[in-house]
Design a protein around this ligand. Structure first.
Ligand code: TPP
Ligand code: MG
Length: 371
């Protein structure tokens, strides 16, 4: 489909390692991974896929207003998510459930937003610098670039001290590349040589618009016109996603300026639960990508390395438990109090808010049996 001769890959769809001159520079990153880390990659992909399916079921059962599936994009997200260091900052779009999970975001926070209980406000200082989901397509690319400019102004780039040097990782989709915001972010990122990695998940669709309509050239060619080095990777290959992101983040932290990765992947599910992809895409395309499933590929790789059956059974059970717990906690969620709508309008106490809060309390107390 959209693979090119330049697409970098370390794992073939059958789970065997691909040897190529083009990926030689990435081998140290992969060779340094411990067995434990490889297991963690697999565990996270399985757990998040199972959770994602459960959240979709909850929406179908009337428990959520909407769900945004990540099915099929687990390797792109898990590889890149694990490549970031603890003090790096991550700006997601709205589908990066696996990355949030890796950074310590409680996935029920995402559920709360899509159940209409919050406006999606978690505190990045408590979620491993995983910033807020952004539904306005591409706007997070500007937030990330602004943040990365600040990192540079603070002198946290190229010091050689791994505790200090910081990078910013921003996720966006193929459709977002058509937004002015993303292109403006490229301009500022290259002008200010920001310590930043643009991570494009090309899942081939922007709702019902195929990527071929968005661009006549491969998307990873675009940033080169802005002076940003770029590469295209097989985004369903978790090892490649990890190695390419780790290398790009290292370059960004070292002061080499912004980097760009196009991860070729596929949105196997619907855009959201409000969408019906059977209306606009054919089964052949889905089958093509099912044969390149990121989890099946990595499982085959681990089995080739001699991983035990007990491990896969344990992970399957853990995924079931994780999903069951997310479901139970969702069903136990209480709606927020009406007064909470006044809480975050201003950071300091504000007389107008106080008056409105009081007016609401008086109104509610005016009913028979009111407080
Ligand atoms: C500025 C803006 N325009 C349009 C929309 C409606 N919209 C929501 S998702 C989407 C498609 C985005 O596609 P892509 O960037 O490829 O991300 P994906 O959903 O495939 O992960 C659009 C057009 C929006 N949310 N914001
Ligand atoms: Mg897309």
């Amino acid at each position: 489909m959209s693979y090119t001769p330049e697409t970098l890959q370390l794992l073939a769809p059958d789970g065997t390692r691909v040897v190529s001159d083009a990926t030689e520079a990435y081998l140290p990153y992969v060779d340094a991974l411990t067995e434990q880390q490889l297991r963690e990659f697999y565990r996270t992909m399985r757990v998040i896929r199972r959770f994602d399916i459960e959240a979709g079921n909850l929406q179908r059962q009337g428990q959520l207003a909407l769900w945004i599936p990540s099915l099929g994009q687990e390797a792109a997200q898990v590889g890149s998510g694990f490549a970031a260091r603890a003090h790096d900052h991550i700006f997601p779009a709205y589908r990066e459930h696996a990355v949030g999970h890796i950074r310590g975001l409680d996935v029920v926070q995402i559920i709360k937003m899509l159940r209409g209980l919050t406006h999606g406000g978690w505190n990045p200082a408590e979620t491993g610098n995983f910033h807020l989901y952004t539904l306005v397509i591409g706007s997070q690319s500007l937030h990330a670039t602004g943040y990365a400019m600040g990192v540079r102004f603070d002198g946290l780039v190229g010091t050689g001290d791994p505790e200090k040097d910081t990078a910013v990782l921003v996720y966006f989709g193929d459709g977002a590349t058509s937004q002015g915001d993303v292109n403006e972010a490229f301009v500022f990122a290259q002008s200010y040589q920001t310590p930043q990695v643009f991570f494009l998940q090309n899942n081939h669709w922007a709702i019902s618009v195929p990527v071929r309509v968005q661009s006549r050239t491969p998307l990873f060619h675009r940033p080169r016109g802005f002076g940003i080095p770029s590469q295209q990777i097989d985004g369903n290959d978790v090892l490649m996603s990890y190695a390419a992101t780790a290398a790009s983040l290292d370059a960004a932290r070292a002061g080499e300026g912004p980097q760009f990765i196009e991860a070729l992947t596929y949105r196997m599910g619907a855009h959201t639960t409000s969408d019906d992809p059977t209306k606009y895409r054919d089964d052949d395309e889905l089958h093509y990508w099912q044969e390149r499933d990121p989890i099946a590929r990595f499982e085959a790789y681990l089995r080739g390395l001699g991983e035990s059956e007990a491990f896969f059974t344990e992970v399957a059970e853990e995924a079931e438990q994780f999903a069951a717990e997310a479901r139970a906690r969702t069903l136990a969620l209480e709606p927020p109090s009406a007064e909470s709508m006044f809480a975050h309008v201003y950071s300091e106490p504000h007389p107008v808010m106080d008056a409105q809060r009081q007016a609401l309390a008086d109104f509610e107390a005016s009913f028979e049996g009111g407080a």
